[in-house]
Design a protein around this ligand. Structure first.
Ligand code: TLP
Length: 343
């Protein structure tokens, strides 16, 4: 199977399995797992923050961060296409009583500064208090678009100027840095918290890391305990995470090249449509002509030909490139797509 449903499907590399086998372990709730401590330190350093906190998933990373920033009845400004709003089971509202205020995501994943400004609540007894702005980089639903250093700095300046915090859902932050050719630290500058995933494009089996100031992370550690995320010998997970940080970041451009190759091929297939220029990272959204077939039917035909993609809308599908997918796999996937469309 050539599995392009997500970069979450990656299996750990041999080096990761080896590291897991030999990981030095302890009880992380007591702060005594040396491997977790090493990962948290390494991750924070890499993204230019003081401290890090290993969590189970990207969803938990966003939840713990936002719960740490906001109390009950507080409002958070976020994009209507962002992962936290669409795909995290309403956790911030369900568990934190936090009020999501959505504003439109532009096709490039940004939120317009004037929309953010207009969404900030004035002090009035009728209104919830605005406390936080969330950005997502790269932006999953917006074609995996990377948000630039300049744009992030503008949002940070606006938010801080109005007394608000900024949280960055950086599930694929290293992809943004690779696509833009910048150091990841430039993309996190000024963000009060961020979460990045070890288990997506970096191919570790489990885990995300929340990063921020020492004080923020100390508080987030409490919040993680509240949601049941205090793990014990979590060095088993962290060991693979360290290998992910050491070995998987430099190879990200290969995934971007494969995504571009896939997009260019899709553009040549009758009945499929895509704007290849939109594909800047490892996420490829494309559409199938309504009169030809449904996305579900196309998924079925592709699966029968050994290729898996996701159906994500009435005409839309998604394919994601990752560790374990080669240029040859992309050519095979394109072959399967042409056959499926002709069959
Ligand atoms: N995204 C998954 C699915 O949930 C859609 C995927 O296959 O892309 N932030 C962003 C931007 C994400 O794309 C995801 C996962 C998460 C957070 C949540 O991470 P997990 O799945 O580890 O909870």
């Amino acid at each position: 199977m050539i599995d392009l449903r997500s970069d979450t499907v990656t299996l750990p590399s041999a080096a990761m399995r080896e590291a897991i086998l030999h990981a030095e372990l302890g009880d992380d709730v007591f702060g005594e797992d040396p491997t977790v401590n090493r990962l948290e330190h390494r991750a924070a350093e890499r993204v230019g923050k003081e401290a890090g906190l290993l969590v189970v998933s990207g969803t938990m990373g966003n939840l713990v961060s936002i719960l740490t920033h906001c109390g009950r009845g507080v409002e958070v400004i976020l994009g209507d296409m962002c992962h936290t709003f669409l795909y995290e089971a309403g956790g911030i509202a369900a568990l934190g009583g936090i009020h999501p205020r959505t504003i439109p995501n532009q096709p490039d994943g940004t939120l317009r500064l004037e929309d953010i400004e207009a969404a900030i609540r004035p002090g009035n007894v009728h209104f919830p208090r605005t406390r936080l702005v969330c950005l997502e980089n790269t932006h999953n639903r917006c074609s995996g678009a990377p948000l630039t250093v300049e744009y992030t700095a503008q949002v940070v300046a606006l938010a801080h100027g109005r007394g608000l915090g900024v949280h960055l859902d950086g599930a694929r932050l290293f992809h943004a840095a690779a696509a833009l050719g910048v150091d990841v630290k430039e993309l996190t500058e000024g963000a009060d918290s961020l979460s990045f995933c070890l288990s997506k494009g970096l191919a570790a089996p489990v885990g995300s890391v929340v990063c921020g100031s020492k004080d923020f992370i100390a508080e987030a550690r409490r919040t993680r305990k509240v949601v049941g995320g205090g793990m014990r010998q979590a060095g088993i997970i962290a060991a693979a995470g360290i290998v992910a940080l050491d070995q998987m970041i430099d190879r990200i451009p290969e995934d971007h090249d494969n995504a571009a190759r896939l997009a260019a091929g899709i553009a040549r297939i009758d009945g499929l449509s895509i704007d290849p220029a939109r594909v800047q990272t490892n996420i490829v959204y494309f559409d199938v002509a309504r009169e030809k077939m449904s996305p579900d039917e196309l998924v079925k035909r592709l699966t029968a030909r050994g290729v898996r993609v996701l159906s994500t809308g009435p005409t839309r599908l998604r394919a994601v490139t990752h560790y374990g997918i080669s240029a040859g796999d992309i050519d095979q996937a394109l072959q399967a797509l042409s056959e499926a469309m002709r069959a």
